[in-house]
Write a new protein. Structure first.
Lengths: 113, 116
C-alpha cells in the first residue's frame, strides 16, 4: 500500500501545550498537504508544502518536510480545546501524472481544557 | 473560498436497494472530482477519480459495477451504490479540484450511508 503512516495514532494534551504529529510516506512527491477533520465531518485544508520547501508556517501551525527521510511533521502551538480533531497528511502521486492524493492513517488529537 | 456540497448528508437504506450521492462544486468548475470512503476511526481511501465527460478511473479493488460514478457536468458528480449491503455502510466524501489551482482539493462535508 502506498498509504502514509502517521504517528502517534492518538494524542491527548492539555490546553496551551504544543502538539506534534508526524507523517511518513513511501514514494516521491510533488507536495504534501495537511488536513483536519472534525468528527463525522468533511476535511478542511490546513497547509500545503512543496517538495522543494523545508518549512512552512500558518498561524499556530508549523509544517516541516524532509524529502530525504520521506517524512513531514505538523506542529500546533499553544493548543486549544477547539483543535480537537483528526489530522491527516496527504501526498500526491507525482509519478502517476494525476492529481490523486493518498491519505495517511491520521492522528486523533484531543486537547483537554 | 471554493465550496463543495454533498447531498444527502446522511441516508439509511435497505439491503439490496441503490443509493445515489451527489457532489456539487458551488462556485467553481471542477475539472476533476474524487470519491473517497472512510470507515470509523480510519483514514480516507480513494475509490475513484472522475473527470467531466469521461469514464471514471477506479482504484484497485473497487468494484466499478457496484459504485457507479457519473460526472456529467463541470459542477456535478454522482456516486451510486448499487445493490447496497451492510458492509457498504460508510462515510463517503467527495472532493473537487479546479483547473487553475489543481493542487488543492476542496472537500464536501460527506455523506453517511447506513445499510440495514
Amino acid at each position: 500500500s502506498q498509504q502514509g503512516e502517521e504517528d502517534p495514532q492518538a494524542l491527548s494534551i492539555q490546553e496551551g501545550e504544543n502538539a506534534t504529529m508526524n507523517c511518513s510516506y513511501k514514494t516521491s512527491i510533488n507536495n504534501l498537504q495537511w488536513y483536519r477533520q472534525n468528527s463525522g465531518r468533511g476535511l478542511v485544508h490546513l497547509i500545503l508544502i512543496r517538495s522543494n520547501e523545508r518549512e512552512k508556517h500558518s498561524g499556530r501551525l508549523r509544517v516541516t518536510l524532509d524529502t530525504s527521510k520521506k517524512s513531514s511533521s505538523l506542529l500546533i502551538t499553544a493548543s486549544r480545546a477547539a483543535d480537537t480533531a483528526s489530522y491527516f497528511c496527504a501526498t500526491d502521486l507525482s509519478a502517476s501524472g494525476t492529481y490523486k492524493y493518498i491519505f495517511g492513517t491520521g492522528t486523533r488529537l484531543k486537547v483537554l481544557a | 473560498g471554493a465550496v463543495v456540497s454533498q447531498h444527502p448528508s446522511w441516508v439509511i437504506c435497505k439491503s439490496g436497494t441503490s443509493v445515489k450521492i451527489e457532489c456539487r462544486s458551488l462556485d467553481f468548475q471542477a475539472t476533476t472530482m474524487f470519491w473517497y470512503r472512510q470507515f470509523p476511526k480510519q483514514s480516507l481511501m480513494l475509490m475513484a477519480t472522475s473527470n467531466e465527460g469521461s469514464k471514471a478511473t477506479y482504484e484497485q479493488g473497487v468494484e466499478k459495477d457496484k459504485f457507479l460514478i457519473n460526472h456529467a457536468s463541470l459542477t456535478l458528480s454522482t456516486l451510486t451504490v448499487t445493490s447496497a449491503h451492510p458492509e457498504d455502510s460508510s462515510f463517503y466524501i467527495c472532493s473537487a479540484i479546479s483547473g487553475s489551482r489543481s493542487y488543492e482539493q476542496y472537500f464536501g462535508p460527506g455523506t453517511r450511508l447506513t445499510v440495514t
